[in-house]
Design a protein around this ligand. Structure first.
Ligand SMILES: NC(=O)c1ccc[n+]([C@@H]2O[C@H](COP(=O)([O-])OP(=O)(O)OC[C@H]3O[C@@H](n4cnc5c(N)ncnc54)[C@H](O)[C@@H]3O)[C@@H](O)[C@H]2O)c1
Length: 319
């Protein structure tokens, strides 16, 4: 049994990660502004503390009382929200990083896992590699580069294990709005729920994706092996399917599986511009060399599992 502290644990990835950790008999403390106690049911192995990552005092108190071995930092404003509220993005995504890593150090945390993003890469048609020079054009991408760099510095200076994950667009049941890439998930989710969905990017928009179960698995794989991996920088691209499908291809596959799906396209210029500013193809060599590969690397298999999960969640809610 190990102990985890997850900032932003009430969000999309946080809930899937927490579910997996509980299944593996670990203990989880979630630190989130939402503090939705219903999220993980009544599991005695999950404690939820309401708080903001940009409130250093409350965060330090929470970390010191939880005394976790591992900190997973997921709390952030996502791309579209960050771009519309750059000052808040600065406070939450950038200014929180230093106090957070410091609080982790004073609470004697052994390892830090940081949710970075493929949005750290600027536009380009070549495969985006971790060691390639990158110039993100969004405040979101910039904020994540900062978190990675300060985390790497903390690790080198104070000996805390640190790994950052440049996830492709993470798709799966429960993803909300807020990220410009949310359409990759909502196209499937809304159709599976019998709801109409308007896609805010053109049908030609394309980005790499990763199923949320694979994103969680990659994170925990690196965590388990963190001491034996010999990368100078513990920063990993995490794609599942790359290059990913275009929005049009995704809509077509969903309509094939759910013929009643109502999907239309009404591009929003701001959202489309953000998506266009990201790399279309993520290199997976570094994480593959570490020994991890995605289970859901075929779009067909991924969409089938996604629809099955949404359907069974709907049944559970109705029961
Ligand atoms: N979803 C994706 O496609 C994707 C892709 C790459 C990287 N990421 C990164 O993964 C992480 C999780 O993403 P997600 O999709 O689960 O997002 P989400 O919006 O579903 O979850 C974020 C959670 O953080 C909480 N939060 C926000 N600001 C906070 C603050 N100041 N203090 C405490 N809690 C706060 C929110 O209440 C929410 O529960 C983020 O860091 C995101 O940048 C996500």
């Amino acid at each position: 049994m190990a102990t985890f502290f997850i900032t932003g644990g009430c969000g999309f990835i946080g809930q899937w990660l927490t579910k997996r950790l509980i299944e593996e008999d670990h203990e989880v403390t979630i630190y989130d502004i939402k503090a939705d106690q219903s999220i993980m049911g009544a599991s005695p192995r999950v404690k939820i503390i309401k708080g903001r990552t940009d409130d250093a005092e409350s965060l330090t108190r929470a970390l010191k009382s939880a005394k976790p071995e591992t900190l997973v930092h997921l709390a952030a404003l996502l791309s579209a929200t960050a771009e519309g509220n750059p000052q808040d993005a600065y406070s939450v995504n950038i200014a929180s990083a230093w106090p957070l890593w410091s609080a982790a150090r004073s609470a004697d945390v052994k390892s830090i896992l940081f949710a970075s993003t493929a949005a750290v890469y600027g536009p380009g048609s070549e495969k985006a590699r971790e060691d390639r020079y990158h110039i993100p054009s969004t405040i979101y991408g910039i904020s994540k580069i900062y978190g990675e760099m300060v985390g790497t510095w903390f690790s080198r200076t104070y000996g805390i294990d640190f790994a950052a994950f440049r996830y492709a667009s993470v798709i799966g049941p429960g993803r909300g709005e807020g990220g410009a890439s949310a359409y990759t998930s909502l196209i499937v989710q809304k159709a599976a729920e019998g709801e109409p969905y308007t896609v805010q990017v053109p049908a030609r928009a394309q980005m790499p994706i990763v199923y949320v179960k694979d994103a969680v698995d990659a994170t925990l794989f690196v965590h388990r092996n963190i001491r034996s991996l010999d990368n100078e920088e513990m920063i990993f691209n995490v794609p599942g399917i790359s290059p990913g499908p275009t929005a049009g291809q995704l809509a077509r596959i969903v309509k094939r599986k759910i013929p009643k799906a109502r999907i239309d396209f009404k591009p929003d210029e701001k959202i489309a511009r953000i998506v266009d500013s990201w790399a279309r193809d993520l290199d997976s060599e570094r994480i593959a060399r570490a020994g991890w590969k995605p289970v859901y690397s075929k779009l067909d298999v991924l969409v089938d599992d996604f629809v099955r999960e949404v359907t069974s969640m709907g049944k559970d809610r109705r029961a």
